[in-house]
Design a protein around this ligand. Structure first.
Ligand code: NCD
Ligand code: ZN
Length: 346
């Protein structure tokens, strides 16, 4: 039996493309299916100023293979020295669509992030004034907070105070991994949205640790208990416009993952749409996939839904995805859901 589902071309509201040889290799994996993506600025050195974002955007477009259409939506990496006027100019020119807050030390390449949140107050106030969204990596970095509790504590200690102190600031709580975050988003107004990754709808913390350590399932925020995964599935398939897809596809080479101190990140660009169709079908919510992957994100960012369409087809045989993609920096393992998937994306 073949089934078909046609949705507007999807977008990815949280994506790591890296730079150089890695960018060259991973960009087609996203551009094949997605019309646009919010591009994370955590390069080394980070993308801090409008000029740096413009140069990075040019490098992305130069790496795009002929005949592929893709629009990178640029972000700025918030530091304690960020100039509110530079942010406002980059937004006014149409270049920059969001500013990214990394608590210093929270994740890959976050050393230049924010330690003292009072220092970024003038930037946040400017962003509230001009309607530029703040994307947050929502984890505290306090050494005494357990890694599995860092997202829930961030809501109470950082996110809620920032939002109360900055009325009108639009915030995306990115890659949420807990029931706490889903409930917090649901309890707030439409100025708060949340992205959910593909992999957090599929794995819980057992997948990382049971039967041997699985470095390719390690990402940040780290996958939590099963009850949290189920809460994320309920949120993603609810039809609520505040939840939308941000894959957080984050390529690292195999040597950097399969290491005594392995990097955080799951690479899902290649098979995300097939996996999402599988998950939404399991939840009896295929009719909600267009909202989650193609409509709610543009609505939050005030952009039109893509005019093109994508067709997902369910076949009788499992789809064969590559186990790895080759890059000039080394192989990158594609996320393995651990089950057969029958949906392919056009
Ligand atoms: C991301 C990366 O590798 O840049 N890693 C991850 O585990 N998600 C950074 C991030 O988004 O936290
Ligand atoms: Zn990320």
């Amino acid at each position: 039996m073949t089934r078909e589902l046609t949705i507007p071309r999807p977008d990815d509201w949280h994506l790591h493309l890296r730079d150089g040889a890695m960018l060259q290799a991973v960009l087609p994996e996203t551009a094949r299916h997605f019309g646009r993506a919010i591009i994370m600025p955590n390069l080394v050195p980070p993308v801090v100023t409008g000029d740096q974002a413009a140069a990075y955007r040019d490098r992305i477009l130069a790496a795009l293979p002929d005949g592929m259409a893709f629009e990178p939506l640029m972000t700025l990496y918030l530091t304690e020295d960020t100039d509110p006027e530079d942010v406002a100019a980059a937004h006014a020119s149409g270049l920059v669509k969001a500013v990214k807050l990394y608590p210093a030390g929270a994740t890959t390449n976050s050393a230049s992030g924010v330690r003292d949140f009072d220092k970024v107050r003038p930037v946040l106030e400017k962003m509230a004034e001009i309607g530029l969204p703040l994307c947050t990596h929502g984890e505290v970095t306090d050494h005494d907070i357990d890694i599995f509790d860092r997202e829930a504590v961030f809501i109470d200690r950082v996110l809620d105070p920032i939002r109360k102190a900055t009325p009108g600031l639009r915030v995306v709580m990115e890659h949420i991994t807990t029931k706490n975050a889903a409930e917090y988003v649901a309890s707030q107004d439409k100025d708060l949205g949340a992205t959910i990754t593909t992999h957090h709808l599929i794995i819980n913390r057992n997948h990382i640790l049971v039967g041997g350590i699985k470095p390719h399932y390690y990402c940040l925020p780290v996958a939590k208990r099963e009850e949290h995964r189920l809460a994320l599935r309920a949120a993603a398939t609810s039809g609520d416009v505040r939840y939308f897809l941000g894959t957080d596809s984050a390529p690292h080479t195999d040597p950097n993952k399969e290491s005594a101190c392995g990097c955080a990140g799951c690479f899902t660009a290649t098979n995300t749409m097939s996996l999402l169709a599988h998950v939404f079908e399991e939840e009896g919510a295929l009719d909600k996939l267009a909202g989650f992957a193609s409509e709610h994100g543009p609505a939050f960012y005030g952009l039109p839904v893509n005019a093109e369409a994508m067709t997902l087809t369910k076949g009788d045989a499992p789809v064969a995805f590559p186990e790895k993609i080759e890059t000039g920096d080394g192989p990158v393992t594609v996320f393995d859901p651990g089950f057969d998937v029958y949906w392919s994306a056009e």
